[in-house]
Ligand binder design. Sequence first.
Ligand code: FE2
Length: 472
Amino acid sequence: MQWNEGLNAKNPYLHGLYAPTVEGSGPGRVISGEIPRDLSGAYFRNGPNPTEPPGGMHHWFDGEGMLHGLWFGDGAARYAARYVRSRDFGAEGAARPGIFSQAEEAADRTTVYRDTANTDVIVHNGRLLALWYISGRPVAVDPETLETIAVEDFGGALPKNVSAHSKTCPKTGELIFFDYALYEPTMWLGAVSAENELTHFKAIDLPGPRLPHDMGLTENYAILHDLPVVFTEQGIANRVWRIHVAEQPTRFGVTPRPKDGAGFGETKWFEFPTCYVYHVINAWEEGDEVVMAACKMVDNGLAPNPDYGPYAPMVDVLALRAQPFLWRMNMKTGEGREEQLDDALSEFPAINLGRTGSKTRWSYHVVMDDCDLQRFSALRKYDLSTGSYVQHDFEPGVFGSEPAFAPRDGVGVDADAEDEGYVVTLTTSLETGRSEARIIDARDFAAPPVARVELPGRAPAGFHATWMPAAS
Ligand SMILES: [Fe+2]
């Protein structure tokens, strides 16, 4: 089957903004403004990029992971795109099912679906880790070349998997990760030192199998998500991807982080009105309270569009709509409180990563285009202390990626300097297929970019991004 034949012709996530691209690299060409001299480091973004036309039903989440890298320094930029050679990349992995397919569990595997590491990218131990949304084997990638170094198991010590949205702690350099199993009532928390040694691993019992997406991290706690999207009984019994929204509260589990030689502590659970959360903005501590800021999903108000044929339900689920909220959890009294920050819709939040786990005022979100596909027509800088925002619009027909915050060279992470730097994103024009790096002054956010840099290749829309300072 070709890209435009049969089922593939009906799948909007194989065409236009989402059409796969090829590996490549080359210099960026400045087309407006100037690349700031005090911008040194790299923006990385992950996303799905099928290597060949799918032969059956294909979910956007099933494409092989491809990393896009934008390196900045001395007023210049270069770009590269490379596949993540994950455990299931290429011919060997092609036999493993995607999420529309019946999955058969293999005794020697810890995942049942194709592990493409296509979802998230984080920095740990001086390298990139590409991570997968339903928890897979992390893939260590060279941050200069985007070459895959290894499928990472921390010297053979990793018992199972590492989920996308596991976090690195800027204070200790540790990777604090979570893992979950599709059909078992358990989540796991793990800690890997800055030197890449697995130091702690703990199982946490749940009332049933769960499908979390993210976690929170503060200086002293990890926050797990027990959310009401679960497998149906039929899904669990037959080990197939059949999920529904259950009538049960949302719970966040606050677990003390390993400290002074002791492992993870006892999890304290807080119940809230039912909701689903894909992405955490940040989490921190205020007195006795652990505070988590995140984007809470709301109904997208759309109905499955029959024009997409069998892909109508997938398209509907991918049209994410969410609002920023705070959840406050008092560790002394056990009380929880939910606060809505704003009713405007936004998602894919990013912060100054040097402040992960510390109280943050600023976050940078994408604005979903008002259509039934997942595409980002603007960025928004939120003031989490007031719920107000400033918006940076792209031109009509141009769509962005999850942004990353790049601190200006030499600026620390104290509260006053939190937004002293640039917001970097990758845009693609639907009309021309041209992609650009856009560098926005974080303190003059609504202004035109300080630089636009045309890339030598087209970057399809994708998932998560990060910033790696040059010195790290
Ligand atoms: Fe995500």
